[in-house]
Design a binder for this molecule. Structure first.
Ligand SMILES: *Cc1c(COP(=O)(O)O)cnc(C)c1O
Length: 427
């Protein structure tokens, strides 16, 4: 599949049926897998042989779908997780533990910010948050001797800042650590971070990849490009023997392209059990088959809505990285020349109260804690996803009280604009 273009990978990647096998990815709805001898089973437990034994660790349906996303991103290995939260947690916790430090963009999804700044902090992992458009000096100053990774979102949810992936990748690599990118909003249709130097990609597949609001899920993909061995002192988990698997060393046994995902599966999925169900993976794959057709339409609708809002005098500001004049327009053009995402952020004149009234007046767009759905939806982050943040954290995350996050679905663009117009008139 590796030579095919993204559209073909969306449709046919990951699963190639043999003679007489099901054309569609089968749902292997089984917790467990049978073996003839204890010896064969034992080899699986030692990671000495390949094979399925228990669906908490691996399931064929999930692996087919992970393999498709892996091809779409241009990686060497991938795994599905139960949610985007689990994907980001695993991606970081796989290489950082108590006493370690991570450099992260401040403009990230509220749930990820909470995971990092509250829950992972309790586990002894320290985070330094920096602006995506910080100076080179600020970026450099964020690193510490115990830094293990740099984290950011291609397009931040909901601040819609765009990460200069090459700049962050070279800073990470200069310090001997990988760049982990959450590519949820851009999707591999619009941006493939590995092509710009990122090392690990994560997704909340709940969003565009599923695309229909049907299943919560996540994914982690490894580019296979990061040289763990060259930085072995920073990554003992990958480069020294794992005593919970009879002393295997992941980089030795599974190579640079397989070590990260194998370790995350063998240790983190084993111990935390954040696995995706085969049913959800099946639904996710239906979404993936049309991703390349849907994403451009989401982007077209969002651009039409952003242009309309920009000209509307009831709107105080509009942020959409695909809109000419946007602070991140040039960066977006570099990394996503074919389109950015379907989400537009804007401020309603009159602040928080007007924003809430506006949202209550919408008929077509529903209020939902969701984005990237076929159906248009909107949210007031300051009172929902980001309500745990204090004022200064909200400012750093790019969230103001009047901010409305508007996720354009696949409806007719003029119908969306008409709906916005009547809701603005009704404030
Ligand atoms: C939604 C989202 C997440 C969390 O994903 P879940 O599937 O809801 O757990 C992480 N990152 C980004 C950018 C998101 O939009």
């Amino acid at each position: 599949m590796s030579d095919y273009r993204i559209e073909t990978k969306c449709v046919q990647g990951g699963y190639t049926p043999q003679n007489g096998e099901p054309r569609q990815i089968p749902i292997i709805q089984s917790t467990t897998f049978k073996y003839e001898t204890s010896q064969e089973m034992g080899k699986l437990f030692d990671l000495e042989a390949n094979g399925y034994f228990y669906s908490r660790l691996q399931n064929p349906t999930c692996d087919y779908v992970a393999a498709k996303i892996c091809e779409m991103e241009g990686g060497t290995a991938a795994m599905l997780t139960s949610s985007g939260q689990a994907a980001n947690f695993f991606a970081i916790f796989n290489i950082a533990s108590c006493g370690d430090h991570i450099v992260s963009c401040a403009t990230i999804y509220g749930g990820t910010f909470n995971l990092f700044s509250v829950t992972m902090k309790k586990m002894g992992i320290d985070f330094t948050f920096i602006a995506p458009d910080c100076s080179d000096e600020e970026l450099k100053a964020a690193f510490k001797p115990n830094t293990k990774a740099v984290f950011g979102e291609t397009i931040a949810n909901p601040a819609l800042t765009v990460l200069d992936i090459e700049r962050f990748a070279s800073a990470a690599h200069a310090h001997g650590v990988p760049l982990v990118i959450d590519n949820t909003f851009a999707t591999p249709v619009n941006c493939r971070p590995f092509e710009w130097g990122a090392d690990i990609v994560t997704h909340s597949t709940t969003k565009y990849l599923d695309g229909h609001g049907a299943g919560v899920g996540g994914c982690i993909v490894d580019s296979g490009k990061f040289d763990w061995k060259a930085n072995a002192e920073k990554f003992p988990g990958l480069c020294t023997p794992d005593h919970s698997y009879h002393g295997i060393t992941y980089v030795e046994k599974f190579g640079q392209g397989g070590a990260f995902i194998t370790k995350a599966t063998a240790q983190l999925m084993r111990d935390f059990g954040a696995s995706q169900s085969p049913q959800t993976a099946f639904l996710l794959n239906l979404g993936l088959e049309s991703l390349h057709v849907r994403v451009p339409r989401h982007c077209e609708n969002a651009l039409a809505v952003a242009k309309y809002l920009k000209e509307n005098d009831r709107i105080s500001w509009v942020v959409y990285p695909g809109l000419e004049g946007d602070k991140f327009y040039e960066t977006a053009q570099k990394y996503m020349p074919n389109g950015t995402c379907g989400v537009v952020s804007f401020g309603v004149k009159g602040g928080r109260e007007a924003a809430e009234k506006f949202m209550n007046g919408l008929k077509l767009a529903s209020i939902a804690t969701h984005v990237a759905d076929a159906r248009t939806c909107c949210l007031h982050p300051a009172s929902a996803t980001h309500r745990q943040m204090n004022e200064s954290e909200l400012v750093a995350a790019g969230i103001s009280g009047d901010l409305v996050r508007f996720s354009c679905g696949l409806e007719n663009a003029q119908d969306l604009i008409d709906d916005i117009e009547q809701a603005l008139n009704a404030i």
